[in-house]
Design a binder for this molecule. Structure first.
Ligand code: ATP
Ligand code: MG
Length: 426
């Protein structure tokens, strides 16, 4: 036998026992997004490499080291999407969704980054992304934060820490940038190699460095807050007032910058202490400059993306049963006649009880073997069709998880009534 082919490192199958939890999280998120008036958009997984270079920025970890880029058969450079915002803006421009209107959009799906795989960090991972266009004020930022807070609550997750910051206007940032470069020049020998390289190309990114040797130095670096112009300051204060009014707790972290170049004004992160170094479960902010960066006219924009794997990890730690969807009943078919009539009975039950989750035994087996399968399926009840039942035109019902009753035979109509009563389906 030849060697078995394995999946790619950092790219994982979602196995049957886990897909229920994914479905649960996606459903909860979708419901909340719909309640706030957000509409789903679906973009391709592959875009032109140029799109990500122009949006995320050439001198960012993602574009420099993490993208899966390749030449297609026409020699064009394409990349698997490392995030969804760029594609969403591209689609919005292409289909005329951005000008003279307001949009609340969301999407979900896999993203691809060639990072070092570890717990909470994968090469194919999943995000739910939320993007808004045409809202210039801080109200929409507060809405995005309130919406995400509602989601954590609906998922039964522990309290996360909310950190916010303002990166100010591009002009304010230009002045600050100079001060920052001066500061780091004075400490050049203390910078790690990446930060030395970034000093000229992208000094703000140094503040985001995860390198341990940079933490102490970054704590001494000048703070952007001092350079915010009045309008940026007012915008940021209004956001804080909204959060106060909504009773959403936050801390202002003046060193919070994002790993992508397109943010301005508000940035925020939801962080947990339960996932070690991979503690950011959701990150976002305002990115008014991005639409022009991609060739459009200016459009205010704000959004966030959350990491589905990290949230599921937490959900599992707090509630092991999340999303498990067991059948209500397992239909046991004992004998030739039962096998012949079983499929018809199962279809009839599914038609008459639309909410019923029913698994029918297939491909035979002894009564005992079928009972074992029924138990393993997680079903709450076994339905038994055997020679006796066929003769008497009944179906037997047997609880598998409780001792409500031992076993009872019902005519078809009475069985339907009993099942709806037991499992609450119409
Ligand atoms: P980090 O600092 O953890 O690398 P990031 O700043 O690169 O995160 P974003 O690009 O803002 O992350 O993505 C938003 C969210 O997506 C993150 O907060 C995280 O929850 C999730 N995420 C990002 N990269 C990965 C990954 N490689 N594996 C799993 N989840 C990820
Ligand atoms: Mg990253």
């Amino acid at each position: 036998m030849s060697k078995l082919i394995q999946s790619i490192r950092g790219m994982h199958d979602i196995l049957p026992q886990d897909s229920g939890a994914w479905h649960w999280l996606e459903t909860v998120a979708r419901n909340i997004l719909e309640r706030y008036g957000y509409q789903e958009i679906r973009m391709p997984l592959v875009e032109k490499t140029e799109l990500f270079k122009r949006s995320i920025g050439e001198v960012t970890d993602i574009v420099e080291k993490e993208m899966y880029s390749f030449q297609d058969r026409n020699g064009e450079s394409l990349s698997l999407r490392p995030e969804g915002t760029a594609g969403c803006v591209r689609a919005g421009l292409q289909h005329g969704l951005l000008y003279g209107q307001q949009q609340r959009l969301w999407y979900q799906g896999p993203m691809f980054r060639h990072e070092r795989p570890q717990k909470g960090r994968y090469r194919q991972f999943h995000q739910i992304g939320v993007e808004t266009f045409g809202f210039a004020g801080p109200q929409i930022e507060a809405e995005l934060i309130a919406l995400s807070a509602r989601l954590w609550h609906a998922l039964g997750l522990p309290e996360f820490r909310l950190e916010i910051n303002s990166l100010g206007s591009p002009e304010a940032r230009r002045v600050y940038r100079e001060q920052l470069v001066n500061f780091y020049r004075g400490h050049f020998d203390e910078l790690d190699a990446d930060s030395q390289r970034r000093l000229e190309s992208n000094p703000l990114r140094i503040l985001d460095s995860k390198h341990p040797q940079m933490q102490a130095l970054n704590a001494q670096a000048p703070s952007l807050q001092a350079y915010l112009d009045d309008a940026s300051q007012a915008h940021f204060e209004q956001l804080q007032q909204s959060l106060d009014a909504l009773q959403i707790a936050y801390t202002v972290n003046p060193r919070l910058v994002r790993g992508l170049d397109y943010y301005s004004h508000t940035v925020f992160e939801w962080i947990t202490d339960e996932l070690g170094a991979q503690g950011t479960v959701c990150a976002g902010g305002r990115y008014d400059g991005l639409v022009t960066q991609l060739g459009g006219k200016p459009v205010p924009a704000a959004g966030f993306a959350l990491g589905v794997e990290r949230l599921l990890e937490l959900a599992r730690a707090h509630n092991t049963e999340v999303g498990r969807l067991s059948p209500h009943a397992y239909l046991i078919l004992a004998g030739r006649d039962a096998e012949r009539e079983g499929a018809v009975l199962a279809e009839q039950l599914r038609s008459d009880l639309p909410g019923l989750r029913l698994v029918m035994n297939a491909s035979g087996g002894s009564f005992k073997a079928q009972m074992k399968r029924a138990d393993k399926s997680g079903a709450a009840y076994a339905l038994i069709l055997g020679d006796n039942e066929i003769e008497q035109q009944t179906i037997s019902l047997k609880p598998l998880r409780t001792e409500q009753f031992v076993q009872q035979a019902y005519a078809y109509a009475a069985l339907c009534d009993k099942l709806s009563e037991l499992i609450g389906v119409e």
